[in-house]
Design a protein around this ligand. Structure first.
Ligand code: SF4
Length: 715
């Protein structure tokens, strides 16, 4: 498994960061001393330079993006396939033919013995559009399974469901980020871009410099909340009641835009009735937010000429996430702050291709172009592109958590191909999910590093990463951008597209799986044509020439669509639909045994499950491990000192990490970041209760008990 050195391809390559949904533009240049076309020296082959011309981040990058080349180093990544010869045995090096033969034989055997739905595919929101598209095609055409879903279900599916319910279309932001500074009032709910996507903070600062008002809703006084004019600090799970309380007040204060409501919406009356039951004192009791602060927020937002509401994982990762987002959308609709320039609702998507990843077929209920897999016309269109009978395309499969929960059980998936995801750390109730992964007859993991999930696999396939491949992603604005290759991968590494072609051929489908990303994209264009997420007019050449193209873009002479809904919403009658929802408690509220809320989130120097960022020395130095954030009053009551090990216990598991005492958090709530495995794994605690519409698990809150950890437990 000795790789040859990768060759650097060019003197400088414009591309994008591999991490979050901002997809910052960056330039990769050969590290000084490395000649183009040659092998690098002992250091990293490329270095990151700023790319000020890319409009989204204008050269700014956070530490994750700047340090991304560290993952190209041979000592942190996989450089050849690994196989396990017997359950519980060690992983050993193998050649590609042996690894692929083993995977193909295992998938075929499971399919023969247990039926096609016993084979599953689990994708990721970091995969390029081309990979997501071909992964979905592979599942439906080659494996014939309905069981494909992906970790984006954990990320933004509630916002997507609410978007579609209200507007008939789901695109994270219906406007470019550059519109933010021009709105009069923006409410950011449950998001912390100052840590998750720092270059985006500029837009919020500019908004305030222009005289606009920023309101942040978060149970923690985060770095983002510090920037706000008004910070509302509800209990976890209080966002739904809070939105309804604001709607109540704008109605009571006569701030409804009746002309907009009449001309461009339906269902206001039911929403009004629901909001009337959420008067300020009641909302204060539910949320802990003082009624006078609620009134202030309603006055600022309701009185603004233009306004935006942005949500992130806080309100979305709840068992009522779809309704919570729906309530915030209702607030926008009632005040006429949607479908107009500098107004609207948007979602700050998380993963690098969180937007495109949900559009092209790796979701259980979708076909490419954001089509429903249950729509006969959609099935016919996609089947024609794929050259198959529409009846051969399976129906909808189970959602991500349900798929994982069923692994190895009767009727569940017994052989799983997993790409670009690390559910052993990132799934809710991760201890249980790890048990289910162990129960599989065959687990195949395609990744660039030996993640915690890859360590459980029977076969590990090493795949290329961002600087070594071409492909498109779609950022949080709906802007389709082009990732370019700056260097060759190590000799033992292959792209997922190559892996899919090889497996498809072994499983009897020799054609239809191009290895070249641009060819895959050309097919994706056809498959998406006429769908909601219509990429038909987008080409690699256009993306390169225009710094990205916004979908929908139905033809080559179409300019793309930076702003949605200005003339009509994407519903059959062109009107936005009020959700008209009511408050309900979380699936699990604190009680005598588990008296505190746990909420989870991210920190600046780590990313998602940490599989990549924990391998980067400078990021690890900045954020070396998990912690438990708790208020000084709570710490005093529990007899916990700063830095001491703390045990956090929920109905599902236990985690131990040092205490971090801060008055920025509510006294009834503790916070843990979820980037780490082992004893400090926050997702050992989280609740997999699902939203009934989006099937999003309730990552954002559960009930826990907190106590000092005994030394023997922490060791
Ligand atoms: S903000 Fe996101 S895309 Fe930009 S450099 Fe940081 S991690 Fe990368």
């Amino acid at each position: 498994m000795t790789p040859t050195s990768p060759a650097v391809l060019a003197t400088a390559t414009d591309t994008h960061c591999p991490y979050c949904s901002l997809q910052c533009g960056m330039r990769l240049a050969p590290t000084p001393g490395t000649s183009a076309g040659g092998a690098p020296g002992p250091g990293l082959p490329v270095e990151v330079l700023e790319r000020p011309d890319f409009p989204v981040n204008r050269g700014a990058l956070c530490g994750k993006g700047r340090s991304a080349p560290a993952l190209l180093a041979r000592d942190v990544r996989l450089t050849g396939p690994l196989l396990r010869d017997r359950p519980g045995g060690p992983l050993r090096s193998a050649g590609w033919p042996e690894a692929l033969d083993r995977v193909a034989a295992g998938l075929a055997r499971t399919r023969t013995e247990h039926g096609p739905d016993a084979v599953g595919v689990f994708g990721g929101g970091g995969l390029t559009n081309e990979k997501a598209y071909l992964l979905g095609k592979f599942a439906r055409v080659v494996l014939g399974t309905a069981n494909i879903d992906y970790n984006g279900r954990f990320c933004m599916s509630s916002a997507a469901a609410a978007h579609r319910r209200a507007f008939g279309l789901d695109r994270g932001l219906p406007f470019p980020l550059a519109d933010i500074p021009h709105t009069d009032c923006l409410i950011l709910v449950g998001g912390n871009p100052a840590e998750t996507m720092p270059p985006a903070v500029r837009y919020f600062r500019e908004l305030r410099e222009n005289g606009g008002t920023l309101i942040v809703v978060d149970p923690r006084r985060t770095r983002t909340a510090e920037l706000a004019d008004l910070h509302l600090q509800p209990r976890p799970g209080g966002d739904l009641a809070l939105a309804l309380g604001l709607l109540h007040l704008v109605i009571a204060d006569g701030r409804v835009d009746h002309a907009f409501v009449a001309e461009r919406t339906t269902g206001f009356e039911r929403a009004r009735e629901s909001a009337m039951a959420h008067w300020p004192d009641r909302v204060e009791r539910i949320t802990g937010v003082p009624a006078d602060r609620l009134r202030e927020a309603a006055r600022l937002f309701g009185g603004a000429r233009t306004g935006m509401v942005l949500t992130a994982r806080g309100p979305e990762q709840q068992s009522k996430g779809t309704d919570t987002v729906g309530a915030w959308i209702d607030l926008c609709l009632a005040t006429g702050k949607a479908g107009r320039r500098y107004s609207g609702y948007g979602c700050l998507t998380g993963q690098g291709n969180g937007q495109g990843g949900r559009e092209h077929g790796q979701k259980a209920d979708q076909l490419p172009g954001y089509r429903s897999i249950e729509d006969p016309a959609a099935r016919e269109h996609v089947a024609a592109v794929w050259g198959v009978d529409p009846a051969a395309i399976p129906g909808p499969g189970t959602s991500a958590y349900e798929l994982l929960d069923g692994l190895g059980r009767p009727g569940g998936v017994r052989a799983l191909l997993l790409a670009g995801s690390n559910p052993a750390v990132s799934a809710p109730d991760a201890g249980h999910v790890t048990e289910r992964l162990r129960a599989l007859d065959l687990l195949v993991v395609a990744d660039l590093v030996l993640s915690e999930t890859a360590r459980l696999a029977d076969v590990v396939l090493p795949v290329t990463q961002w600087a070594e491949e071409e492909g498109t992603t779609t950022n949080l604005e709906g802007r389709v951008i082009l990732r370019r290759r700056a260097l060759d991968p190590p000799e033992g590494v292959r792209s997922e597209l190559w892996v899919l072609r090889e497996l498809a051929a072994r499983l009897g489908v020799p054609d239809g799986f191009p290895v070249e990303a641009e060819r895959a994209f050309e097919e994706l264009r056809h498959a998406s044509a006429g769908g909601d997420a219509d990429y038909a007019g987008i080409s690699y050449a256009r993306i390169a020439a225009e710094d990205g193209v916004f979908w929908p873009c139905p033809s080559e002479d179409h300019p793309g669509t930076p702003r949605l809904f200005l003339d009509r919403f994407a519903t059959p009658d062109g009107r936005a639909r009020f959700a008209a929802v009511t408050h309900r408690p979380a699936a699990e509220e604190p009680d005598e045994t588990y008296p505190l809320y746990l909420t989870t989130g991210r920190v600046l120097a780590q990313y998602q499950s940490g599989a990549q960022t924990r391998r980067v020395t400078e990021l690890n130095a900045a954020a070396p491990g998990p912690f438990v954030e708790l208020h000084p009053r709570l710490a005093e009551r529990l007899g916990i000192a700063d830095g001491e090990p703390v045990a956090v216990t929920s109905r599902r598991g236990r985690a131990v990490a040092p205490a971090r005492i801060t008055d920025t958090i509510r006294p009834d709530t503790v916070f843990m970041p979820f980037h780490w495995a082992g004893a400090g794994r926050a997702n050992s605690l989280t609740n997999p209760a699902l939203d009934p519409v989006s099937r999003m698990p309730e990552f954002k809150l559960c009930a826990v008990r907190v106590e000092p950890a005994h030394p023997e437990v922490t060791s």
